[in-house]
Design a protein around this ligand. Structure first.
Ligand SMILES: [Zn+2]
Length: 324
């Protein structure tokens, strides 16, 4: 008996609505132990080549409405990715102290912590005890006032720091890498840095792996730079980063969103016209977005790559109604 079922548009719509009501997230796919072919407590079998596969039929218009998208299986690459954490710091040499040149009482201070200042902009005036005239102290570089270390009326000594200014238009990202990864991760590889605060990401390149190991954490620092166009990359803030070390080619690759588990096996849904059939697959390497398929598919077959859980739920529904 065929397990193929036709379901009405309304039924699928209700299915989609009920799934989205409880989060609508696809199942977390964990490597499942391969089940013996032919075994099933309900009595139907999974033998290869058997016609009686687990399938359902969804008309194209309904599939579109439910957001079900399929794409051909293709060759691709699987990235060797490392998820690491790190810290934003100002770039060395881009922080400047604003100093009093001559000793004397501070008459005015014209900037506060957080202010953006331009190179040459006057930041303080000081009554010089030497010349008995007032002189102006200006910003040596453009940047943001990181700290203000003096009070109006206080007497500045020669070389007293008044402000610290940082050019934060670019920041270093110091990433912590551990153990054998320090041999593995080298300069020049792509890095995606993500802010913890709002999840905004930026692509950059690993510039160097610093010599030596921090004794406390036993980590090695791998350094990249990020542009700080929006000013929201803040020195001292923690970030996470994904370092892509290598890409390995694979004959067949599907997005992780294509994977579902059905009766304990990892499957994808192969579309033939309006018919969707669960196909057990043997998986290889995976990265953050995709997985290598070693067995179970052929290049060019149409596989559901979006909303695969809707197809799974539909097959499950058909199975529940099915008499054995
Ligand atoms: Zn690796």
């Amino acid at each position: 008996m065929s397990r193929t079922t036709f379901i009405s548009s309304m039924a699928l719509l209700l299915l989609v609505l009920s799934l989205s009501a409880c989060g609508g997230k696809p199942d977390t796919v964990a490597p499942a132990p391969a089940e013996e072919a032919g075994h099933d407590e309900a009595g139907h079998s999974h033998e290869e080549g058997e016609e009686e596969a687990e399938s359902t039929t969804i008309k194209a218009a309904m599939a579109q409405q439910a957001g079900i998208v399929s794409a051909p299986v293709q060759a691709g690459t699987i990235a060797d990715e490392h998820e690491v954490q790190g810290l934003l710091t100002p770039v060395d040499g881009r922080v400047a102290q604003v100093m009093a040149r001559f000793p004397g009482p501070i008459r005015t201070l014209r900037a506060n912590v957080g202010d953006r200042v331009r190179a040459g902009q006057p930041l303080a005036s000081i009554d010089s005890n030497l010349s008995l005239s007032t002189y102006s102290v200006s910003a040596p570089i453009s940047g943001v006032v990181l700290s203000r270390q003096a009070q109006v009326g206080a007497v500045a000594g020669e070389g007293t720091p008044l402000f610290e200014i940082g050019d934060l238009s670019e920041l270093w990202v110091d990433l912590h890498i551990f153990g054998a990864d320090t041999q593995h991760i080298t300069a020049g590889v792509p890095v995606t840095v993500t802010r913890m605060t709002d999840g905004v990401s930026q692509g950059t390149t690993l510039e160097r792996v610093l010599p030596g190991t921090a004794t406390a954490s036993q980590s090695t620092i791998a350094r990249a730079s990020v542009r700080n166009d929006d000013g929201l990359w803040r020195p001292g803030a923690a970030v996470k980063a994904r370092i892509v070390v290598a890409m390995q080619p694979a004959d067949m690759v599907v997005p992780l969103s294509a994977l579902q588990t059905l009766e304990g096996r990892e499957v994808v849904f192969v579309r033939d016209g309006d018919k969707y059939t669960a196909r057990p697959v043997t998986l290889g390497a995976r990265d953050a977005t995709k997985v290598e398929v070693k067995q179970g598919l052929r290049v060019g077959e149409q596989v559901v790559v979006e909303q695969s859980y809707v197809v799974k739920a539909d097959i499950g529904k058909a199975g529940a109604a099915h008499e054995h």
